[in-house]
Design a protein around this ligand. Structure first.
Ligand code: ATP
Length: 362
């Protein structure tokens, strides 16, 4: 193998909160085993973040975090339970800052059905590409203050930001993904009502479409999409949409295939780093019980390696990703190596050990 196709990767481990302390280490264990099998060197870097970092370093995102991450090829970010943080200035929600700082403008969230795990429908294989850094999200659509404010006690105003730059970037990312799949891209919006905001998003998508004549484009209004996702999810391949619509639709899609434990995600941009981040929150209700489904985080981690492998042309990293996929698919096929939320009889540890065992056997 030539030098150009091998590279020691530096990957950050950011556990986050609650079940993050379980599902992130589980993902790292599996990735380590896959890396060893593929002959891929990885330097793992622990980066404190979240509630534990507040206790140990006095801040949920300690000073120097961004600098540390800048030196990495990518990182695994566990769920952040910021709603339970104490109301002090040092307790901030780090993930919008990470997405913004590294311009991780596209949140790639696949939905796949697996037999026997309680999916509401079979043969689902779609991916929602959600704009990540603007839209209705008040913590990331302004540079100072908040995109939500209350001019009087009886009134709140929420601002939605749609820009040509943000829309064009996420559209291009989605077309690129569609090109590697079934070459079909569905634009989801509501330009019938949001004539300016969604109108601008749709115009940008069609402008980018000119560079992708091989990809077929169609459009679905977001409320119709919410219905069609339940009735005929198999008719969709790649979907691109604005931030909040994407947030809602990806949870809905997760519901079709076994719930939030089955919803992985990867945040990407134009740069050379990416961030694995599952769709689910920190699930404090099941933290510490050993039953949180690690699939979403493990698959997010696999997506990170798959992306790095393609992005940098690293065959061993692609092999690592293939190892992980074989282990994951085999473990999901057996109730004993699945968690209870997906009709399993096993624990989280049974699932993780099962994936590693299946990888070794392969
Ligand atoms: P956030 O607002 O941070 O996204 P949320 O309010 O959507 O969080 P979650 O923490 O994602 O809430 O949890 C929602 C429900 O899904 C909870 O009942 C939780 O136990 C369940 N859940 C979330 N993640 C998993 C998982 N990995 N495995 C099993 N159940 C999960």
């Amino acid at each position: 193998m030539s030098d150009a196709s091998t590279k020691r990767l530096k990957i950050g481990i950011l556990e986050g909160d609650d079940i993050g302390h379980e599902v992130v280490p589980a993902s790292v264990r599996i990735a380590r085993a896959a890396a060893e099998a593929a002959g891929q060197e990885i330097a793992w870097v622990d980066v404190p973040i979240g509630r534990r970092a507040l206790d140990t370093h006095g801040h949920t995102m300690p000073e120097g975090t961004l600098e540390t991450l800048s030196g990495l090829d990518g990182w695994i970010l566990g769920p952040i339970g910021h709603r339970e943080y104490p109301k002090v200035p040092e307790a901030i929600n780090p993930h919008p800052i990470l997405r913004k700082h590294f311009d991780l403008f596209a949140n790639v969230r696949p939905t796949r059905s697996f037999p026997g795990i309680g999916c509401l429908q079979d043969d689902i294989d779609l991916v929602i590409v959600r704009e990540n850094n603007e839209g209705f999200q008040p913590d990331r659509n302004v540079v100072a203050g908040s995109g939500e404010f209350r001019p009087s006690h009886d009134m709140t105003i929420s601002v939605r930001v749609i820009s040509t730059a943000g829309s064009t970037k996420v559209a291009r990312a989605a077309f690129e993904i569609a090109r590697t799949r079934d070459k079909r891209l569905t634009l989801v919006h509501k330009n019938t009502v949001y004539k300016l905001g969604c109108g601008m998003f749709v115009d940008c998508c069609y402008e980018v479409a000119k560079d992708f004549p091989d990809v077929t484009v169609d459009e679905v209004i977001v409320d119709t999409m919410a219905m069609r996702l339940v009735r005929d999810p198999q008719s969709f391949d790649t979907i691109v949409t604005t931030n909040m619509f994407g947030d809602i639709l990806t949870d809905e899609a997760a519901g079709l295939v076994g719930g939030l434990g089955m919803a992985p995600g990867l945040c990407i941009g134009r740069g050379s780093v990416a961030m694995a981040q599952a769709t689910h929150g920190s699930a404090p209700d099941i933290a510490g019980k050993g039953i949180a489904n690690p699939f979403a985080m493990i698959e997010s981690t696999r997506m990170l390696f798959d992306w790095l492998g393609h992005h940098h042309g690293l065959e061993r990293v692609l092999e690592l990703s293939r190892h992980m996929k074989r282990g994951i698919d085999a473990a999901l096929a057996e109730p004993a190596t699945r968690t209870p939320d997906i009709r399993g009889t096993g624990t989280q540890e049974d699932m993780v050990a099962g994936i590693i065992k299946r990888m070794e056997a392969a």
